[in-house]
Design a protein around this ligand. Structure first.
Ligand SMILES: [Zn+2]
Length: 440
């Protein structure tokens, strides 16, 4: 067993970013006599109430069995209750494995979880596709990848087609049997557990408060990386409400704070500091973007102006390794504005291929565009290089040399980007052009 509280205190107090706080090892560690965490993707946090076990989240379908085995080896009493922090696949996908071992556990979740499952069924192939892309551009050593784990060369990982789920939410995933609206309180074996609803990453989130031990199970309100409040391929997130939820949690003055990813945190002052840092980062982005929107700025102006200080993004629980501020900025625009970015020509645009062909014609052919794309990449202007690579490929979609150039530029772009979400999308673009160039 690892001493997870000592580990997290060390990381936070020393700003130590050399230790990876998100560990997908399917191993159980006790953090209190009655409380343990199976570190997985997501974790499953298990409370021994004295009258059965309560598990907060179940990890994914593929990790669920290993998680259940760890819990069964820790205690002989059954899991009587599953508490869903929200309906993402990595939190609920393992539930069928719990059901296979412990008969019919009570499942507590927000009332929007069932609607989420229905949406995932309706858009299943889309969700399989975007998750293969999102998680397919990163090395398995980072514990978040869907790439083949026999590869250890980072570029090889990014160029290999990632694994796919058949179904985004595994068949047999349990639906909530107790559906929570705003609040719900239950006492199990003498332990009172309060569920509180708040929106942030999702519209179906619950966080749980155990008043007697001043403990919070926070789900994804803290993930030990920059908040997943901007995700470019997924539905709306709510950064302002996310920050408000963190402020509400801090006001409870918790002494133990257990998120579903990363490490548990002990100590009222330390928890307060972390929650304030994350809430302040989100509030800064929201307030700055909305002030610029109120001032009539376009999205173009906003995304190139709004950012966070480097020392904020260097904190061990705010690094932009998964999501990143620029994507959160776009989500704020989408939430308070609309999908139109403020450029009049993009309200009802020409097809990309038609505009690109016109640009190529004016440039005197594809050659100057390819050359300019390479020059931009060599000058480290990867944003510009990628625009030109796309224009060249739209104008000449069956030109193998163009696609070879585009694949190289997107692989180079992927290497320069810190966030998993950007890496995944740029790796997918590189794979797409590698296939078009006949290089795979
Ligand atoms: Zn999660």
């Amino acid at each position: 067993m690892a001493d997870l509280l000592a580990l997290s205190s060390h990381i936070i107090d020393n700003n130590d970013t050399d230790i990876h706080p998100n560990r997908v090892i399917n191993e159980l560690s006790e953090i209190r006599d009655d409380l343990a965490i199976v570190e997985s993707f997501s974790h499953s946090v298990v409370l021994d109430t004295g009258d059965g076990l309560v598990a907060f989240d179940t990890s994914t379908g593929s990790n669920g069995r290993a998680v259940v085995e760890q819990i069964a080896a820790w205690r002989s009493s059954p899991v009587t209750h599953l508490m869903y922090t929200h309906g993402h696949a990595d939190h609920v996908g393992g539930s069928r494995e719990f059901a296979a071992v412990w008969n019919n556990p009570v499942v507590v979740g927000h009332e929007n979880v069932a609607a989420r499952f229905d949406r995932y069924a309706y858009t299943n192939d889309w969700n399989v596709e975007i998750n293969a892309r999102q998680f397919g551009g990163v090395n398995p050593a980072n514990n978040l990848a869907l790439s083949p784990d026999e590869l250890d060369d980072d570029d090889a990982v990014a160029t290999t087609q990632p694994r796919r789920w058949n179904s985004y939410i595994p068949k047999g995933t349990l639906r909530p049997t107790i559906e929570v609206d705003r609040h719900h309180s239950m006492t199990i074996g003498g332990t009172t557990i309060e569920a509180h609803h708040a929106i942030g990453e999702t519209d179906d989130h619950l966080w749980f408060w155990l008043p007697a031990s001043r403990t919070i199970m926070a789900g994804d309100f803290l993930i030990w990386m920059f908040p997943n409040a901007g995700n470019p391929q997924k539905v709306q997130r709510y950064p302002r409400e996310w920050a408000a939820a963190l402020r509400t949690m801090a006001a409870m003055e918790p002494e133990l704070f257990v998120p579903a990813h990363g490490l548990p945190i002990t100590g009222a002052d330390r928890i307060a500091r972390v929650l304030d840092d994350v809430a302040s980062a989100l509030e800064h982005l929201v307030d700055t973007v909305v002030a610029m929107m109120n001032g009539g700025a376009t999205l173009d102006a906003i995304i190139h102006e709004v950012d966070l200080p480097a020392d904020t993004l260097a904190k061990p629980y705010l690094r932009p390794l998964y999501d990143e501020p620029e994507f959160v900025v776009r989500n704020i625009w989408r939430l308070y504005g609309g999908w139109w970015d403020g450029a009049a020509s993009r309200l009802k645009p020409s097809p990309d291929a038609q505009l690109a062909a016109c640009i190529a014609e004016m440039a005197g052919g594809i050659g100057p565009i390819v050359a300019r794309a390479r020059a931009a990449a060599e000058a480290d202007d990867m944003r510009l290089a990628c625009h030109l690579a796309d224009i060249a490929a739209w104008a000449a979609p069956s030109d193998a040399d163009v696609h070879t150039m585009r694949a190289e530029i997107y692989m180079a772009r992927r290497r320069t980007e810190p966030s998993l979400m950007a890496k995944g999308i740029f790796a997918a673009a590189a794979r797409e052009s590698s296939v078009a160039a006949g290089n795979t």
